[in-house]
Ligand binder design. Structure first.
Ligand SMILES: Cc1ncc(COP(=O)(O)O)c(C=O)c1O
Length: 395
């Protein structure tokens, strides 16, 4: 029986899915054929070298995930149990968890309404007014704990305003660990995000700009830190032959299979960045046309990569709130997604200290991420744009 076109359900448009093909298959085949499937193998080093070149850093250390990259970065930066780390509240939960794995405690920082990213003004106010210096270290007056690092998260492929954070980090002698897991391809004042602080982390999980299936990378010019991170990622084994371990390490190393996938993905990096920007530009134009929609900030001092395009929906102007639009989109086979619950509100971090709060809470209510896969074709992009446009009239 032939189905009429009317009977065809519209195809589902996912939020962000990987684009893999022949190049990935070829690399994976070579791993299988040579039996180099585990963490030893040529693709791991190739992937590290190519990432270091792309980022322009002296070192790149491959890890099993972005979360493990963050965990190791915090350790090598000297973060210890019962210390505190300043972390963006408007973020996926992984960076806060990485802080918790070290035994340290996150102090959450609200978003800046101009960028949706960590607000440097709140960080400054906290360090100047709510902290005291003792023997060159900074202590939170309220908790009594030492502040040991700043962990800004570049969310959605946008860019944190780094200059004021860098100045504060210098003045208060704090390392900056950048969570650039969503920011590969974004640029801040001519430098890739992830390379502005002491150490930066990328993720290659399935929905990121490039994927290894799962995986992460630490980039840094601190060769000693990078060396230690690599050492810790392989159970801190200190003798090439004997099972002797000089400290407690982790099994955090990327496998050759994953790196093989990553290398094939890197071949398409520039095309992916371009497509993300084209998709963002279409959504941005739509937001300029329609009342009640605001596209994610794109300040002139940065070059966002728009890993996920995101739109803030004002229910009064648009005629419908974000959650109603989310539901309606789902019924049409269009996958949208809200932002993460701000971490200071998460049951996992109940009772944590919070600097500010209302900006992230407001964005959480209003913002939806919209389909942004690199393989989203113009026909389906148009379908999403038309759907949003038509929804604006259904008051
Ligand atoms: C902001 C942020 N940080 C960290 C991570 C953790 O990366 P992974 O999933 O590779 O552990 C992710 C995403 O997954 C993320 O979005």
């Amino acid at each position: 029986m032939v189905m009429s076109s009317k009977e065809h359900p519209p195809s589902r448009i996912p939020l962000s899915v990987p684009s893999v093909g022949e190049g990935e298959l070829e690399n994976l085949r070579s791993c299988i054929e040579t039996s180099w499937v585990s963490s030893a193998g040529p693709y791991v080093r190739e992937f590290e070298n190519r990432l270091a070149e792309l980022a322009g850093t002296k070192n790149a250390v491959a890890t099993a995930s972005g979360t493990s990259a963050l965990h190791l970065s915090l350790i090598v930066a000297g973060v210890k149990r019962d210390e505190e780390v300043l972390v963006s509240t408007l973020s996926f939960i992984a960076p806060a968890n990485a802080v918790a794995y070290t035994g340290a405690v996150p102090v959450f920082v609200d978003a800046d309404p101009k960028t949706w990213q960590m607000c440097p003004v709140l960080v400054e106010k906290f360090l100047r007014e709510d902290c005291k210096i003792r023997n060159g270290d900074v202590f939170n007056k309220k908790s009594g704990r030492k502040i040991s690092a700043i962990l800004p998260v570049h969310i959605l492929g946008g860019v944190v305003e780094m200059a004021p954070l860098l100045a504060l980090a210098k003045e208060f002698n704090l390392p900056i660990i950048e969570d650039a897991t969503e920011g590969l391809g974004a640029i801040y004042q001519g430098k890739p995000v992830g390379t502005i602080g002491e150490v930066g982390c990328y993720s290659f999980n399935g929905n990121k700009l490039i994927t290894c299936g799962g995986g992460g990378m630490i980039v840094s010019d601190h060769s000693r830190w990078a060396k230690r991170a690599r050492h810790l990622s392989t159970q801190a084994k200190s003798d090439p032959a004997e099972y002797i371990h000089d400290e407690i390490g982790f099994n955090y190393r990327l496998t050759n299979l994953q790196a093989a996938l990553g290398c094939a993905q890197l071949d398409k990096f520039e095309r992916y960045v371009l497509r993300k920007k084209e998709i963002a530009s279409a959504y941005k134009s739509l937001c300029n046309e329609i009342d009640g929609l605001n596209f994610m900030p794109d300040p002139e001092w940065s070059e966002s990569v728009f890993w996920l395009s995101a739109i803030a929906i004002d229910p009064h102007g648009f005629g419908m709130g974000s959650r109603s639009l989310l539901k309606k989109a789902g019924e049409q086979g269009i996958e949208m997604r809200p932002l993460w619950q701000p971490l200071h509100l998460s049951p996992a971090y109940k009772g944590s200290m919070m600097l500010g709060g209302s900006v992230a809470e407001d964005l959480f209510k209003k913002v939806l991420c919209v389909p942004s896969s690199v393989d989203l074709d113009n026909e389906n992009l148009e379908r999403v744009l038309t759907f949003i446009k038509e929804s604006s009239q259904s008051k």
